[in-house]
Design a protein around this ligand. Structure first.
Ligand code: SF4
Length: 351
C-alpha cells in the first residue's frame, strides 16, 4: 500500500487514556488523559521534534505510535498502514520498520546479554537472515554508530553512557527500519557527549533516509535536528510549525515560556525568564477551556470557557485565543513580538 511521502506517518486525533481504578473490585473511577486529541504528519525522511515539560504526554505519543501502549482513540497510519487495526502478524512486520530508542541507555540494554545477543534478539524475532547474514547486519549497524566489531563480545556495563546509547541505536538500525521514535535519546548522557550522539542521529537520517519523531525537552537540540516542531501541553499540541518559523516567531504563550528558559551564552540575547505560576494540572482533571489558562499570564475570560481552536498562518498552527486575535491584525512576527511584550511584564530577570 502506498501513501504520499508527506503522510508517511499520519496521526489523527490520537487519544491514549489510562483508567484510574479504585476499590475492592478495581472499578474504573476516572481516566488519565495522557494524550488527548493529538494530530500531526511526518513526511518521509523528515524529523518532527516533539517538545514539552515532563508529564505533558510526549513519551506516551511515541509509544502509542508503535502500540507499545494501546491508544484508546484516533488513528495512526504508517506508510499507508493503519497501525491501530493491524493484525498481530501485520504489526510484527510494521514494527521492524518502526523502531524506538529509549532515554536511558543504562536501563534499556539487558545487562545479562552480550551486545551480540542484544543486537541479534530483533533479528531472531523478525526471522531476518541466518548466521553470516546476521553477523553482517550486526557489524554494519555497529559500524554505522561508530562502535567496533569487538563490542559484540562484551556486556553493556563495559561501556560508557554514550557508547551504550550508540549500541541502543545500533539495535534499532540492525532491523533496517524506516522510522525511529527517539525518546529523549540524549537527556541521560553527559553534556560533553550529547552533541556527538545528536550529530550521529543527524548523519544517520541523511545517509539512510530515516524519518524521526524526536522527543525532547531540550529546545536547543530540537531546533538543530528538526524540520518541524510541535509543542505539547497537558496531552495536546498547542503549537506546530516549521522549526525556523517556530523559533523565529513563537506564538503560544507556553512556547514563549519554554524559550525563555533556554540558557544562552550571550547575556545580551538572554530573554527575561517567564516563570509560570503553579504546576501542570493533572491530566485526570484537565482544566475547562484552554488547558493552559490556570498558568497563563495572558489568560482572559474567554480562555476559561472556550477551548481555543487552531489558527493557521501558512503552515504555522497555534491554539490560543489571544494569538488568534492578534493574528487577525498582524503577521506572525508582529504577533509574536506583541505576545512577548505582554509576557515581559510578567517575567522575572534571568539570574
Ligand atoms: Fe493563554 Fe488564553 Fe492563549 Fe490559553 S488561550 S494560552 S489561556 S491567552
Amino acid at each position: 500500500m502506498s501513501e504520499p511521502d508527506a503522510e508517511f506517518v499520519a496521526v489523527t486525533d490520537l487519544e491514549t487514556w489510562f483508567p484510574i481504578r479504585r476499590g475492592l473490585f478495581r472499578q474504573v473511577v476516572g481516566q488519565v488523559r495522557a494524550v488527548d486529541g493529538v494530530s500531526f504528519q511526518i513526511g518521509r525522511g523528515r524529523t518532527l521534534g516533539l517538545v514539552g515539560e515532563s508529564g505533558c504526554g510526549k513519551t506516551t505519543v511515541g509509544r502509542s505510535l508503535l502500540r507499545l501502549v494501546e491508544p484508546t482513540g484516533g488513528s495512526v497510519r504508517f506508510a499507508g498502514h493503519d497501525i491501530r487495526t493491524a493484525t498481530a502478524v501485520d504489526l510484527r512486520g510494521l514494527r521492524r520498520r518502526m523502531q524506538i530508542v529509549f532515554q536511558d541507555p543504562y536501563g534499556s540494554l539487558n545487562p545479562r546479554l552480550t551486545v551480540r545477543a542484544i543486537l541479534e534478539e530483533g533479528l531472531v524475532v523478525h526471522r531476518l537472515g541466518e548466521g553470516p547474514e546476521r553477523l553482517r547486519r550486526m557489524t554494519a549497524a555497529l559500524d554505522r554508530t561508530g562502535m567496533p566489531v569487538a563490542a559484540l563480545a562484551r556486556y553493556p556495563h563495559e561501556f560508557s553512557g554514550g557508547q551504550r546509547q550508540r549500541i541502543a541505536i545500533a539495535r534499532a538500525l540492525v532491523l533496517e527500519p524506516d522510522f525511529l521514535v527517539l525518546d529523549e535519546p540524549i537527556s541521560a548522557l553527559d553534556v560533553s557527549i550529547q552533541a556527538q550522539v545528536v550529530n550521529l542521529l543527524a548523519e544517520l537520517r541523511r545517509e539512510l533516509g530515516l524519518t524521526y519523531l524526536f522527543i525532547s525537552h531540550d529546545l536547543s537540540v530540537v531546533e538543530y535536528i528538526s524540520d518541524e516542531v510541535a509543542v505539547m501541553y497537558l496531552g495536546r499540541i498547542v503549537e506546530h510549525a516549521a522549526a525556523r518559523d517556530l523559533y523565529a516567531a513563537p506564538l503560544h504563550p507556553y512556547t514563549h515560556a519554554l524559550f525563555s528558559a533556554i540558557p544562552s551564552v550571550e547575556p545580551a540575547r538572554r530573554p527575561s525568564r517567564i516563570v509560570l505560576p503553579g504546576d501542570v494540572p493533572s491530566p485526570a482533571h484537565p482544566p475547562r477551556g484552554c488547558r493552559f489558562h490556570p498558568r497563563c499570564p495572558l489568560a482572559e475570560a474567554v480562555c476559561r470557557e472556550q477551548d481555543p481552536p487552531a489558527t493557521l498562518v501558512g503552515e504555522h498552527r497555534v491554539h490560543c485565543h489571544v494569538a488568534a486575535r492578534e493574528l487577525a491584525s498582524g503577521d506572525a512576527a508582529t504577533t509574536s513580538a506583541r505576545i512577548a511584550a505582554a509576557l515581559a511584564g510578567t517575567a522575572s530577570p534571568c539570574p
